[in-house]
Design a binder for this molecule. Structure first.
Ligand code: FAD
Length: 570
């Protein structure tokens, strides 16, 4: 028996299978091992994180805890209700920890947090071990092999990955786990006072959940939605390693589906079942190892005649994921925004309106080609967010997102293009914020990267190719099944008008029991659906012209910048 007293810190690796970090912890032959999870107000816990993502996290935690207990009845997932930066130094000392082990995380916030924790551990004489396991390759190695630069295309990722080496094969889950040691918490009174940001977002009436590091009963219990002040979740999608592995096996069992998968051929209108794997939230929380996913598919592809290839194949999707992770690893927190991000084109999108009614401030100063009051743009944003744009395809997707926390990739394309360069001309960061709140698979690198792609500010530049909020949906779903499901006010409308109800004759509307009425902003009046908030054909032209100007200025600078020699060339 070794002498190591190991604190194993679970974060976005809520699994026992294929965990290089957990293996590293067990390789220490520990005398005791505490599997812990700390509350991290910045991360899943930001007040912004919607209830559906919380539910998913709780599913993952509960499932993991049960699996730990199966391996050692004295153990479970111990939840410490305080931020790691403040609770861990106290735990190191009180529990006589010798090693802290966790899976490496290259998200910009995680890096910052882990740097602080590592310094505190070293100060306390605790050795830190942190192998990677969240991506196919270590994103930092990818960046090195890409000349220190962000991976801005799948080809760059693939060629850097090749130089890093083979994608490691998954490793099995452990068969047993050591006992946890004693867990004194008499330092609880040292909790940071008046700093709720270091504890958790306090909700009125729920303070008891936050009173002790070990929870109200002192047993390090996993929190419940009720304790946290949330109402029930609305998503049908559930989390946890057990379910993730079962789903993966189900997908692999359909050899034709898994081996010939071509993303562009999967339908954004399919739901229950959806057309793609819906494994993204499992990978976000680490309840499924990305390398297990990769190798299960690749082994199948190797023996399958006529299999699809990246970037359209299933393994290609995982490469996209690694591409965004490595891009963020290279750029750090500016990757999540436009400011200080050298790879993102500046576009003078409409900013949120704080102006008095009727003031004309939102004119696009650069193109000068059109005039939109930013108040109007703000209303468009609010209607997009609520799913009341008057375009049933967009509204169905936005309501599916709010209700279920997941929408198909091409559905994300549709709504993101519509909000930014293909309709409203609103800043992609505002859309990314809404996705951050509502997605159960919210992944900072993938969210920001894909929004940049869709808004044509980085990764992709064909701004003249816009998704029609009418024709694109019709291509996949003539009958409008997705709309009927998520926009029930239009449930009975004839398929001929379901994508453009404002064009329906009165008789067709009467038959369906719906009136085109309201501005999509106030309270919803039953039996009504708003008219379209903009003329898509017109806006498409306006957006393309504005993007053309913005691209020109990004490349050549505006007159003043040229004069001063200060434009930022991409
Ligand atoms: P599948 O098609 O089955 O793909 C398998 C896996 O590959 C996914 O689970 C996911 O991990 C990965 N993957 C697939 N497509 C992409 C992609 N384009 N970029 C990165 N990884 C990919 N994905 C997230 O995981 N988190 C996000 O926050 C996120 N935000 C997005 C925002 C926008 C505007 C857009 C257009 C896309 C976003 N995506 C995001 C990417 C993609 O839409 C989802 O990963 C995918 O729809 C998840 O469904 P799935 O698991 O069925 O995917």
């Amino acid at each position: 028996m070794g002498k190591a007293r190991v604190l194993y810190w679970f974060r976005t690796d809520l699994r026992l299978h294929d965990s290089p970090a957990l293996k590293a912890a067990l390789d220490l032959d520990p005398e005791v091992l505490w599997p812990i999870f700390t509350w991290d107000p910045h991360y899943v816990y930001r007040a912004k994180g919607g209830v559906n993502r919380w539910q998913y996290l709780l599913d993952c935690q509960n499932d993991l805890s049960k699996s730990i207990t199966k391996l050692n009845p004295k153990s479970k997932l111990f939840v410490l209700r305080e931020a790691p930066q403040t609770v861990l130094p106290k735990v190191f000392k009180a529990w006589k920890v010798t090693h802290l082990v966790f899976e490496k995380d290259t998200d910009s916030y995680a890096r910052e947090r882990d740097k602080i924790v590592t310094e505190l551990a070293e100060k306390a004489g605790v050795k830190v071990i942190s192998p990677y396991g969240r991506t196919l390759w270590d994103s930092d190695d990818v960046v090195k092999k890409n000349g220190g630069k962000a991976t801005m295309s799948i080809t760059q990722l693939q060629s850097a990955g090749k130089k890093v080496g083979d994608i490691p094969r998954p490793i099995p889950a452990p068969k047993s786990l050591p006992d946890p040691g004693e867990m004194p918490v008499d330092f609880s009174q040292d909790r940071p006072k008046n700093k709720p940001d270091l504890i958790a977002p306090l909700r009125v009436g729920q303070e008891h959940a936050y009173n002790s590091i070990a929870g109200p009963k002192g047993d390090f219990a996993i929190e419940t939605l009720e304790e946290l002040g949330f109402a029930a979740a609305t998503t049908p999608h559930r989390g946890g390693e057990t379910l993730a592995l079962k789903t993966l096996e189900h997908i692999i069992a359909d050899e034709e589906y898994a081996a010939t998968f071509q993303k562009p051929k999967t339908s954004p209108a399919a739901f229950r079942p959806q057309a793609t794997t819906l494994l993204s939230p499992h990978m976000h929380f680490g309840s499924l190892s990305v390398r297990l996913f990769y190798w299960r598919v690749q082994d199948l592809v190797n023996k399958y005649k006529g299999a699809s290839t990246p970037p359209e194949s299933l393994t290609g999707q995982l490469l996209f994921r690694d591409m965004y992770f490595a891009a963020q690893a290279a750029i750090g927190s500016p990757f999540l925004q436009t400011i200080n991000n050298p790879y993102v084109r500046f576009v003078p999108w409409h900013l949120p309106s704080k102006v008095e009614e009727g003031t004309e401030t939102g004119t696009n100063a650069i193109s000068g080609e059109y005039h939109i009051d930013s108040k109007e743009a703000e209303q468009w944003f609010q209607r997009w967010k609520r799913g009341t744009t008057g375009f049933p395809w967009i509204d169905a997707l936005m309501r599916q997102l709010r209700q279920e926390g997941w929408i198909h990739h091409l559905g994300r394309h549709s709504v993101a293009c519509f909000l930014t360069r293909g309709g409203c001309y609103i800043h992609w960061e505002r859309g990314a914020d809404v996705f951050e709140e509502l997605l159960i698979d919210h992944e900072p690198a993938c969210n920001a990267g894909n929004w940049q792609w869709l808004s044509c500010t980085a990764f992709f530049a064909q701004y003249y190719r816009c998704y029609s909020p009418v024709a694109f949906g019709q291509k996949w779903d003539k009958e409008g099944k997705l709309i009927r499901e998520y926009v029930p006010e239009l449930k009975k409308l004839d398929a001929k008008y379901i994508y453009e109800p404002w064009k329906a004759p009165k008789a067709a509307l009467d038959k369906a029991g719906v009136k085109i009425e309201g501005n999509g902003l106030g309270e919803h009046k039953e039996g009504t659906y708003p008219g379209p908030m903009l003329d898509f054909g017109e806006r498409r032209g306006v957006c393309i012209a504005a993007l053309k100007t913005a691209y020109h200025i990004n490349l050549h600078g505006n007159d003043e910048q040229v004069k001063n020699g200060e434009w930022r060339k991409l």
